[in-house]
Write a protein that binds this ligand. Structure first.
Ligand code: IVH
Length: 675
């Protein structure tokens, strides 16, 4: 085989590194900050480009490459629920060519006598339901594919999940896999109601489903009319030969199995199904983002096997994001809770991606100019089944002559303060943190949101009214509100006043990580806040932490550490903490709240990790060990209980040998984590 020239390899290496940096950045925006910057389809494209390059230059693959990961980490809100059989993900195809290439690999593996099954790819949340001797005993999210979150109580509220399976002779343990979703009609209704109450609507049905399922209070889940499609099993105790037979058996047992599943004898038939459902995707009352193609016979599936990430016997054909054209009526900007000023296009309403779109993000100044979008332009608007509709770019042939270039405003649209931009940043910011109405209302709304202090009944409109009257200037003021004041707000009667005051009182005793999220410290989202609070369960200790202390926390890099320290050095912020303390807020977690939810198999152990692992990045290995109760140190001594040795270990390995410290490999390490 021809070797690619070194020049290509050098270029590929550069691009691979660039892509990894970008993907990690977007993972962080999505999973940690919950503020994605790009559409899912664009993210997929980055990941695909990385995988293509890694396929061509396998020597560039590193264990910590984003391509080697199965999924996100489980959060700490729910108890960990280890899956009996891992929940893998699916490889994607975006074209007929990629579908054919997959078909060829199947043929090479098992010949051409293959029956396929085509199913809709439901855009919801993967769940695993454990039935023991026919009784529903545990329900879990996918988590990282190996350990999910225990959401049994919430799943029990779904009417479609039988507490007991119909029929007899059920296996000891049966793991059922499916996708929970919010019907589009229910989503539209829910968003209308949220809008009427002045609360911010959900971005799409999947987010609404996720928000509804990952609730601490299952009564909220119960009120949301979630639905479910079952598409297979994990651990099963099966005696059937085909997936289609298994689906029929699951249906007979009382589980909801989709009806539009079709068998296909050839890739032409598969393609016809893909094209048909791409056209008809809005004809069903749930969002679909593609088609899943599976080999029907279990024996053939076993022959094909799986990689650590995905089975070889299944493939997801992903629909391209939908695009439409519209006209830009106006380009406006909005100041968010962190002061970041985001430009967006106001469009002639257009129906795209299953929703009516009037606003589309333009991300930042740099993007508006890179795309050269101007007021009056005909533009292509794209909305994958995901968060924010965006302007892809203008149709230049349709640009009216003399259309001027759009200029980013120099002043904040909300408070008229001159905007600032740091040299190395893309975003303009409003520096008027305390006096900018837009930042205040966004911050208040965020502080009260379910991901932070979770103050029920404090919606967007109420927040605005309180700020407008000057009764609330920062979130601490909320805790000093009185019934007399609230009675002056339009629409507030005795019941609603008591509801809001009750919710505010309840939100005095939240865990520290929630308060940290609510404080609106840049780069401190749910995940980072949990890491900080686990190490510093008292606000005062965190405020006094040195840069070194902060950076020593696994998962906290220099930028976050510096940001946190700077935040706690600002007298205005310290004054806010003082005010929250006076309001009676909990300022430290008690012992029981500090303990991670799961068992701690490595409690009391001091360990060292060295070399490169196959399944975990260094950060993940350290995080997992700490979550299991271990103290992870950087140098080997006689007090070290054991050293985990990956590939190409350095001198730490030698030192461990010299000192007679126990050495374990990655597989053994993973076993010890699970014990
Ligand atoms: S089969 C071994 N079938 O797509 C993987 N998955 O990355 C088996 N999904 O979140 C998955 N509809 O929950 C399968 N008809 C379907 C599906 C489906 C949606 C989701 C799945 C996972 C993602 C796969």
């Amino acid at each position: 085989m021809d070797q690619p020239p070194d020049r290509d390899r050098a270029e590929a290496q550069r691009r691979v590194e660039e892509l990894r940096t970008q993907i990690r950045h977007h993972d962080y925006r999505y999973h940690v900050l919950d503020e994605p910057e790009i559409a899912d389809a664009e993210y997929d494209e980055l990941l695909r480009e990385l995988k293509r390059l890694e396929e061509r230059f396998p020597e560039l693959i590193t264990p910590d490459s984003p391509s080697q990961r199965v999924g996100g980490r489980p959060s700490e809100l729910f108890a960990p629920a280890p899956h009996l059989t891992p929940m893998l993900s699916l490889d994607n195809a975006f074209s007929r060519e990629e579908l054919d290439a997959w078909g060829k690999r199947i043929e090479r593996g098992i010949g051409n006598e293959v029956d396929f099954v085509c199913e809709l790819k439901i855009d919801g949340l993967a769940v695993s339901l454990l039935y023991e001797r026919g009784f529903f005993t545990r329900g879990a999210t996918r988590g990282d594919g190996r350990v999910g979150e225990d959401i049994t109580a919430n799943l029990r509220t779904l009417k479609q999940i039988p507490h007991r399976l119909a029929g007899t002779d059920h296996p000891d343990r049966l793991e059922i896999r499916g996708e929970v979703y919010l019907p589009v009609s229910v989503f539209d209704k829910l968003n209308r109601e949220l809008g009427e109450r002045g609360d911010r609507p959900f971005a799409n049905p999947r987010n609404a489903a996720a928000g509804s399922l990952r609730q601490k209070d299952s009564a909220v889940t119960a009120s949301r009319a979630l639905a479910l499609w079952i598409y297979g099993t994990g651990t099963h105790g099966r005696r059937l030969e085909r997936h289609t037979e298994e689906l029929a058996a699951l249906r007979a047992a009382g589980l909801p199995v989709n009806q539009v599943i079709e068998r296909a004898g050839s890739l032409d038939d598969v393609w016809a199904y893909c094209e048909k459902w791409q056209r008809q995707r809005h004809d069903v009352d749930y969002q679909i983002d593609g088609v899943v193609i599976k080999v029907d016979r279990f024996a053939l599936r076993d022959e094909l096997g799986a990689t650590s990430k995905a089975p070889r016997w299944a493939l997801a054909f992903k629909f391209p994001p939908e695009e439409r054209t519209s006209t830009v009526q106006q380009i406006a900007v909005n100041t968010g809770r962190t002061g970041k000023v985001t430009p967006f296009a106001v469009l002639d309403p257009v129906f795209v991606g299953g929703a009516r779109v009037t606003y589309a993000t333009l991300h930042n100044d740099h993007e508006v100019h890179r795309k050269d979008v101007r007021v009056g332009d005909t533009v292509i608007v794209r909305r994958a089944g995901d968060v924010i509709p965006e302007v892809v770019g203008p149709v230049l042939e349709k640009r009216p002559a003399g259309t001027p270039v759009w200029e980013f405003p120099t002043h904040c649209p909300s408070c008229s303060t001159a905007l600032v931009r740091k040299e190395d940043e893309a975003d303009w910011r409003c520096p008027n943190k305390a006096g900018c109405p837009s930042q205040s209302v966004e911050w208040l709304f965020y502080f009260a949101s379910p991901g932070a202090m979770d103050i029920n009944h404090l919606g967007y409109e109420t927040g605005k009214a309180l700020l407008r009257r000057g009764w609330v200037r920062d979130p601490a003021d909320v805790y000093f509100l009185t019934a007399e004041r609230l009675a002056e707000l339009p629409g507030f009667k005795e019941k609603s006043i008591q509801n809001l005051l009750g919710a505010i009182a309840a939100a005095k005793n939240r865990p520290i990580w929630r308060l940290l999220v609510g404080l609106n410290i840049r780069r401190v989202g749910e995940h980072v806040a949990q890491l900080l609070a686990r190490r510093f369960p008292a606000i005062d200790a965190l405020a006094a932490a040195s840069l070194d202390d902060l950076q020593a926390i696994a998962g906290i890099g220099p930028e976050i550490a510096a940001g946190v320290q700077a935040w706690f050095s600002d007298p205005e912020n310290l004054a806010l903490i003082g005010k929250l303390r006076r309001a009676g807020l909990r300022m430290r977690d008690d012992e029981s709240a500090q303990k991670p939810a799961g068992p701690q198999p490595l409690a009391g152990k001091t360990i060292v990790i060295t070399g490169t692992m196959k399944q975990l990045s260094r950060e993940e290995a350290t995080g997992a060990a700490e979550a299991a109760g271990a103290r992870v140190t950087s140098s080997v001594s006689k007090r070290t209980d054991f050293v985990v040795v990956g590939e190409s270990p350095g001198t730490k390995h030698e030192k461990a040998v010299a000192l007679g410290v126990e050495i374990v490999d990655e597989a053994e390490f993973l076993r010890r984590l699970r014990r």
